[in-house]
Design a protein around this ligand. Structure first.
Ligand code: PA5
Length: 445
């Protein structure tokens, strides 16, 4: 049984069901291309069967490593950026207590680094870690990405100063390419525990590999349930049939794009999903935004953003559609108290659950936005549990692959992200970039 449902009836005022079905055969071809490996980027399809191919022994090994870090450390820093960061961050944030983030039971606090080049961020992180027992999970497929490399150099030095080199090595886990890259070489030389990021799994599709699973397990969450959910969705989206919600989502968003809806806003009504939207934006933005095509993925956290972006969404240019993630069941039951004076006029909702108010805000918004010309796709998810999130992750991955192929791009490369790096290296006079340095300096003078 799936924990996720997809409802597209609130797009039908903009695109009718024929317009969605017009993509049937392209979606079917795209699904086959993902399964047969006959499409562009077919050397990056390792994620398609990843859930069913992930062995229990790998999961047990990850859990054992996580437990040893949990036992030895007050804090664990997960270092990585982009696909080597956002999946773990999304899942951990969705599962965590809002006021004890990234920490379950008596485990260590999980921190993130290498996802920015903020000098103050690094100063404050190293200050925070000064008197703490800490460990490091360093994640980089290429092993050469500047942001995580800077953070790792600093934290490794700090850990070695605290513990000595040999003991520090026991508190560092590296997740990287099987053979290539600076991080692999260092891990071998220093004897770190390592996990491999398979060649055929790109960064933004790697949350269900050790890249995401180890930090999630260190934070104390059930990675077996997460993978079980993903396996269920793998099965549910394997065939070309009317129940395949990944195909329906991919077809619907392409129909909307063809009708001029160029921006998709992923909407949540649960603040724990903020980083899930960040993960989703990378997945869809990096996969589809190329060849001067692609839906721009945006996001809002409601009802918070109804008080900031709400005006634009209701009344701005009609080039948007929304995909709302609605969480059916909350973890806790909180009722609004009654108040004798009732000066705030809230007694009409006294004794009702906070979630009922939230759900009415959601429904009221959906009706207003649909009336205002914003087509709505609705995804309902039973609750924010590991199992449900596993389903949701795989659902979005599968739909992304199908959607990118329907759009006619290679969903598995990211040539555009290299341009800033080339300029940055030239500006920093990195060895090997002498020509570029000369050219960019001449341009700026
Ligand atoms: O999706 C991607 O490929 C990127 O976001 C990468 O994951 C990101 O740039 C980090 O790369 P690496 O893991 O090689 O350090």
């Amino acid at each position: 049984m799936k924990n996720i449902n997809l409802d597209v009836k609130d797009v039908l005022g903009t695109v009718n069901s024929d317009a969605i079905h017009a993509f049937d055969s392209k979606a079917a071809d795209s699904l086959s291309m993902l399964h047969d490996g006959t499409g562009a980027g077919n050397d990056f399809l390792g994620w398609v069967n990843l859930p069913s191919e992930t062995s229990d022994s790998l999961l047990d090994d990850i859990i054992a490593t996580a437990n040893s870090l949990r036992n030895d450390c007050e804090a664990v820093v997960a270092i990585g950026i982009g696909g080597s960061y956002l999946g773990a961050k999304a899942v951990i944030e969705a599962l965590s207590d809002s006021f004890a983030p990234y920490k379950k039971a008596n485990g260590p606090v999980l921190l993130f680094a290498g996802q920015n080049i903020g000098e103050d961020y690094l100063f404050e992180l190293t200050s925070y870690l000064k008197d703490k027992k800490f460990g490091i999970i360093v994640i980089s497929k290429s092993g050469t990405t500047t942001e995580p490399a800077i953070a790792f150099r600093m934290l490794k030095e700090q850990l070695e100063a605290q513990l000595g080199k040999a003991e520090a090595s026991r508190r560092i886990v590296a997740i990287t390419d099987a053979k290539r890259g600076a991080l692999r070489q260092l891990a071998t030389e220093e004897g770190y525990k390592t996990y491999v990021i398979a060649d055929n799994v790109g960064g933004r599709f790697s949350v269900l590999t050790p890249v995401g699973l180890l930090p999630i397990a260190v934070a104390g969450f059930d990675i077996k349930a997460l993978v079980a959910g993903a396996r269920r969705m793998q099965k549910a989206t394997a065939e070309d049939n009317d129940d395949n919600i990944a195909m329906l989502y991919a077809k619907t968003r392409n129909a909307l794009y063809s009708a001029g809806k160029k921006i998709e806003i992923l909407v949540n009504y649960n603040p724990k999903l903020h980083f899930f939207a960040e993960w989703w934006k990378q997945l869809y933005g990096e996969s589809e935004g190329k060849d001067h095509k692609g839906i721009f993925p945006a996001s809002v956290d409601n009802s918070t953003d109804l008080h900031s972006m709400g005006q634009w969404i209701q009344d701005g240019e009609r080039t948007i559609f929304e995909t709302v993630i609605s969480v059916v069941n909350q973890r806790h039951n909180v009722v609004i108290p009654s108040d004798e004076a009732n000066l705030d006029g809230l007694n009409y909702i006294a004794s009702r659950r906070v979630d009922e108010v939230n759900k009415m805000a959601e429904l009221g918004t959906r009706i207003a936005h649909v009336d205002g010309g914003v087509p709505n796709i609705r995804i309902t998810i039973d609750s924010l549990c590991e199992d449900c999130l596993g389903e949701l992750i795989y659902f979005f991955e599968k739909a992304c692959g199908i959607s990118g192929y329907i759009l006619g791009v290679n969903p598995f490369n990211q040539p555009g992200v290299e341009d800033y790096k080339r300029n940055m290296f030239a500006l920093l006079a990195k060895p090997g970039y002498e020509k570029e340095t000369e050219a960019i300096r001449a341009r700026l003078s």
